[in-house]
Design a protein around this ligand. Structure first.
Ligand SMILES: [Zn+2]
Length: 180
């Protein structure tokens, strides 16, 4: 009998993120996400998805261990895409391999606040945000404005808004952009 998964397991997400930050000696922003993904044996390839779809940010191909990122998106978005696909690789590889359609490995362009309800997607976004903006490093810059923090970490303002909200236990700061 196969048990269905419950909701997202954020405790596991945080454990994995902490392990990765330590193993890769991350001590200052920005987190070099491309190098980290490469350290886990993943290849990063910029691709043009226009022929395929207008709203795909990235795909991970588990047969070749390759992450394809949408070359038409800004660097901050590409960084998030790599971190999100790395999350699927670290957290969900065996589950995704069983899923012949591979549909769960595709990251569509969506705002953090309007995510689909798939626990794997929620885990991957939480993983990506926490890996790109580690709690210990965010603490040092938390009093700067969101735009400045976003530039320091090389992520969108929305990712910083999401992280500050998370660290503040749900309290929202103003000036949060709408898209990751
Ligand atoms: Zn995903």
């Amino acid at each position: 009998m196969k048990l269905e998964r419950q909701g997202p397991n954020y405790r596991k997400v945080n454990e994995e993120v902490t392990k990765i930050l330590r193993a890769n000696f991350v001590i200052a922003p920005p987190v070099r996400i491309e190098e980290i993904a490469q350290n886990y044996g993943l290849k990063i390839v910029e691709a043009d998805f226009k022929l395929y779809s207008d709203n795909v940010s990235g795909v991970i191909d588990l047969k070749t261990n390759t992450i394809y990122v949408n070359q038409n998106e800004p660097d901050v978005r590409q960084a998030f895409t790599i971190a999100h696909e790395l999350a699927h690789y670290i957290l969900h590889k065996s589950e995704l391999e069983k899923d012949q359609t591979g549909k769960l490995s595709v990251l569509y362009r969506k705002a953090l606040g309007e995510l689909n309800q798939d626990p794997k997607e929620k885990e991957a976004n939480c993983f990506a945000a926490n890996l790109l903006v580690p709690a210990e490093l965010l603490e040092k810059y938390k009093d700067y404005n969101i735009d400045t923090i976003a530039k320091i970490f090389g992520v969108s303002q929305e990712v910083i808004g999401y992280r500050l909200q998370f660290e503040n236990g749900g309290k929202q700061r103003k000036n949060t952009a709408t898209r990751i």
